[in-house]
Design a protein around this ligand. Structure first.
Ligand SMILES: Cc1cc2nc3c(=O)[nH]c(=O)nc-3n(C[C@H](O)[C@H](O)[C@H](O)COP(=O)(O)O)c2cc1C
Length: 467
């Protein structure tokens, strides 16, 4: 079959409803009632409770595995599986770990052990062996002769070239490596040629947390047409779905994403300010009052040296300014010993509230315990040592926010994008103004129902009359 456009896959209905928006293929793949997804938030902020609550409402959400131990991840999977019934959707976040690839494999092995069927893969610039192992494990051929995957990957990307590697079958070299080491079998290796690494590609435009500051108007159409091209070349038996994330906090924004061609939408920032999000009340109080212009950019602590960026709250906190200053110092100097005493005093007294020696000693213990082979390299490289000291501040500022340490609000690191400011404006004057009344699933449903009404209204205003 030759695909002309995504419309070939679209099922038409007479009126637009919350349940009909987006793609059927997506909803079926994830047993989801809506083409609406709640994205992962690190350190379990998208908590096990959040995942269970949305799963019970037929909404797919992903548990935030970033920065938490394998034991905790396994406990959370057990918690979720015990509470959700068969067929209620849920998934886990799978993060690329460049610094510790063995951890990424441990996470995948845990998912496979517990039969976690859906992952949201993020932070990938290229395809890795753990990701392929997850995808390829359990491949089978159905009665029609088509290859079926039991493990679904929804890949979050912000660049077309990364989107494309996810749309293609897994790289041969990785398949050979996994086969050789006995991690997949012959049959799985052979069948892997007939499926994409991910059937679902979520295009992430400017968002809360890590961001390439992309623009949905540019990215979604480009990646959507790329998916049509790839489907024609590869003759997959199932549709590649394209999603949109970043900046979605109102029905109008979700409607724009569907009009751009999205098969599903994904939200992040708005879900952190809900009863189920596992962060402090102090953070939620700040979030509830945010406006659109109250977020800004800072370096990302986990990718500090390569200059990756994230979007955070800037109102009422010095975190982005301080984090940007640390990055500037890192670029300008080769060693912390090059900083003048005034700057050292400022960092110690205002940013860290402890001496550089104390921070270094804490950092050293972390490396000794977790990544001992990196410690020598860091100790012998003054620039790397400076980076690891500065990176401590990112870990510290997240802890302050999540614990809600009241006298250090100015150092809170809170990932968030302007979608929340837009949401706050939308619900102003309603009972949802107070975060204590905000539940993730209720928000998701509300957005989808209002998006359907909004689109109906817009379509009739544009002169469309159903035949
Ligand atoms: C507090 C917070 C933490 C996040 N942590 C993660 C994460 O650990 N893994 C991930 O894939 N995405 C993470 N994200 C991104 C979201 O899953 C989602 O893709 C993004 O927030 C969507 O854009 P929006 O914030 O404009 O809605 C995080 C976002 C926020 C707001």
């Amino acid at each position: 079959m030759k695909y002309q456009s995504m419309a070939d896959f679209t099922e038409y209905s007479n009126s637009i409803t919350a349940e009909s928006l987006g793609s059927n293929a997506f909803r079926e793949r994830y047993a989801s009632k809506y083409a609406y997804v709640v994205g992962a938030m690190y350190k379990g902020i998208s908590s096990k409770e959040l995942v269970v609550a949305s799963g019970k409402s037929g909404i797919l959400s992903f548990f935030g595995t970033g920065g938490i131990s394998i034991e905790k991840i396994a406990e959370s999977v057990e918690y979720i599986q015990e509470r959700l019934e068969q067929g209620q959707p849920y998934g886990m976040n799978l993060l690329n770990n460049i610094e510790r690839p063995e951890l990424e494999m441990q996470v995948v092995n845990t998912f496979l052990e517990y039969r976690v069927r859906n992952v949201e893969a993020a932070a990938y610039m290229q395809i890795t062996a753990p990701l392929v192992k997850y995808r390829v494990s359990g491949l089978r051929r159905n009665s029609e002769g088509n290859v079926e995957a039991v493990n679904q990957v929804m890949a979050k990307v912000s660049r077309p070239e990364v989107a494309e590697v996810f749309m293609r079958p897994p790289p041969k070299s990785i398949i050979e490596e996994l086969l050789k080491s006995g991690q997949i079998n012959e049959a799985e290796a052979l069948m892997s040629r007939e499926i994409p690494v991910a059937h679902d590609i979520c295009v992430e435009s400017d968002s809360g947390g890590h961001t390439d500051q992309g623009n949905a108007y540019v990215l979604v159409p480009a990646i959507r047409s790329l998916s049509i091209e790839v489907m024609n070349q590869q003759s997959y038996s199932k549709k590649l779905c394209i999603g949109a994330a970043g900046g979605i906090g109102t029905p109008e924004a979700a409607a724009a994403a569907f009009i751009l061609g999205a098969d599903f939408v994904l939200t992040g920032s708005i879900n952190q300010c809900t009863v189920e999000a596992a962060t402090s009340d102090e953070v939620k109080n700040i979030l509830q009052n945010l406006d659109i212009q109250d977020t800004g950019y800072s370096p990302a602590g986990d990718m500090f040296e390569i200059g990756a960026k994230m979007q955070v709250v800037k109102r009422g906190t010095f975190f982005p300014a301080r984090a940007n200053k640390l990055y500037e110092l890192y670029l300008q100097h080769d060693s912390i010993d090059e900083l003048d005493s005034k700057m050292i005093q400022k960092i110690q007294n205002k940013y860290f509230k402890r001496s550089i020696e104390e921070v270094w000693s804490e950092t050293k213990s972390y490396y000794k315990k977790s990544i001992p082979h990196k410690l020598e390299e860091i100790e012998n490289n003054p620039k790397k040592k400076m980076a690891s000291i500065f990176r401590w501040y990112f870990v510290h500022s997240t802890r302050l926010a999540m614990k809600g340490v009241r006298d250090q609000v100015v150092d809170y690191q809170i990932h968030c994008g302007p979608a929340l400011g837009a949401f706050n404006r939308w619900v102003k004057g309603t009972e949802l103004e107070d975060w204590r009344n905000r539940e993730v699933a209720q928000i998701g449903k509300l957005i989808m129902h209002e998006t359907a009404s909004f689109l109906e209204e817009r379509v009739s205003m544009l002169g469309y009359k159903p035949v």
